[in-house]
Ligand binder design. Structure first.
Ligand code: FE2
Length: 368
């Protein structure tokens, strides 16, 4: 058996994580808080952070302009704001968008570079240190080095990461997700599940990583009824955050596969949330990869408590009447963009453009 495992994030999980570990939040002398418009405030996370910084006598500046699916322009603006104010560490609060944006901002603040170069080169200088505080349970970004950025010049999302993009510390407090609306809870939980599933089936998976992915899928499975009915308890919130953290650790070691590669266009061009875009692809993904990983596909079915892939597909369509219909031009364009994502290489079954095209056509060709 041979494998490597590197997880440099100091992860603190549990209610009161920030307030109970105040010293760990202080990674410098002047903080740039990176967040979106609402979630940091509504969740109570921003209040907790400000209270710690005030009691520790740390100056801070708030950049609350992170957009959903942050663009290069957006992170560039955040970096300029941070630089103007002389911040020397970053506190990211929010869902995937603020945490991903913070990683790009942390790199741009220490490197004089064109933002577009983030996706093709590893920045020369180390990023500023980041403390990450998730307010959703989905992306797992608090424990990954990944930063998913929308690149308009390429009509898609691209992944930026460098060895210094891992948050230095992550505070995963399920209480920050108590106020999340049902739709976002569902979408983000589906994103977390797709991370666990894709990691488990990835060509880069190994025994050690499999244990993490399986544990995360089991935690997700415990929440499936609640996600279906919308009756989400605090215990469920805790399990969802646990599965999301495990999903982040899992994809740190394997990356994602074709679910993410194919889903990006459904978000970029059709406006579906990231988790929902992935969820629409999960059933077909299992079916397509069954021949490559028969035992693992069976294991996933048993963890989810289903006997057939049809049942899986039906579950992940909860709250949706049907899939959108794409025309031939869209299917061809989305196929080309999916094949341009590095993650297709990690898919358990080797994929060609024809395979991706066929999968899009079967799901979104308007025949189903
Ligand atoms: Fe994702």
């Amino acid at each position: 058996m041979e494998f490597g495992f590197h997880m440099p994030v100091d992860l603190i999980f549990g209610t009161g994580a920030v307030s109970n570990n105040a010293k760990k939040l202080v990674l410098g002398s002047k903080a740039l808080i990176v967040t979106g418009r609402n979630s940091a405030r509504i969740s109570g996370a921003l209040d907790d952070v400000v209270s710690v910084l005030t009691s520790e006598n740390i100056d801070y500046y708030v950049f609350d302009g992170v957009m959903n699916n942050p663009t290069l322009e957006n992170v560039s603006k955040g970096a300029s704001f941070g630089r103007e104010n002389g911040a020397d560490f970053i506190i990211a609060i929010g869902g995937g968008s603020p945490m991903d944006a913070a990683k790009a901002i942390a790199a741009l603040m220490t490197n004089d570079m064109n933002p577009i170069d983030l996706i093709s080169t590893v920045p020369k200088n180390q990023s500023l240190p980041i403390a990450a505080i998730p307010t959703t349970s989905g992306t797992g970004s608090e424990v990954t080095p990944y930063s998913i950025l929308t690149v308009h010049s390429m009509n898609t999302k691209k992944n930026f990461y460098s060895p210094s993009s891992f948050p230095r510390v992550a505070f995963a407090d399920p209480a920050y997700t108590y106020s999340l609306p049902y739709e976002i809870t569902l979408d983000t939980a589906f994103d977390a599940f797709s991370h666990l599933l894709e990691s488990y089936l990835s060509k880069r998976s190994n025994y050690f990583n499999d244990v993490i992915a399986i544990e995360g899928m089991k935690a997700f499975a415990e929440c499936m009824d609640a996600l279906n009915t919308g009756e989400i308890t605090e215990k469920t919130r805790e399990s969802l955050m646990y599965s999301s953290c495990l999903g982040g650790v899992a994809i740190t070691h394997t990356g994602t596969t074709i679910i993410h590669a194919m889903g990006y266009s459904l978000t970029y061009f059709k406006g579906y949330s990231h988790g929902r875009a992935n969820a629409m692809l999960i059933g077909s993904y299992l079916d397509f990869n069954r021949t490559a990983q028969p035992e693992k596909v069976e294991k996933v079915l048993s963890i989810l408590g289903f006997e057939s892939i049809d049942e899986v597909d039906k579950y992940f369509m909860v709250g949706m009447d049907k899939r959108p219909v794409l025309d031939d031009g869209e299917i061809d364009k989305f196929t080309g963009l999916a094949m341009g994502q590095g993650s297709v290489m990690q898919n358990p079954r080797t994929v060609k453009a024809d395979d991706i095209n066929k999968l899009y056509r079967e799901l979104f060709g308007g025949k189903g």
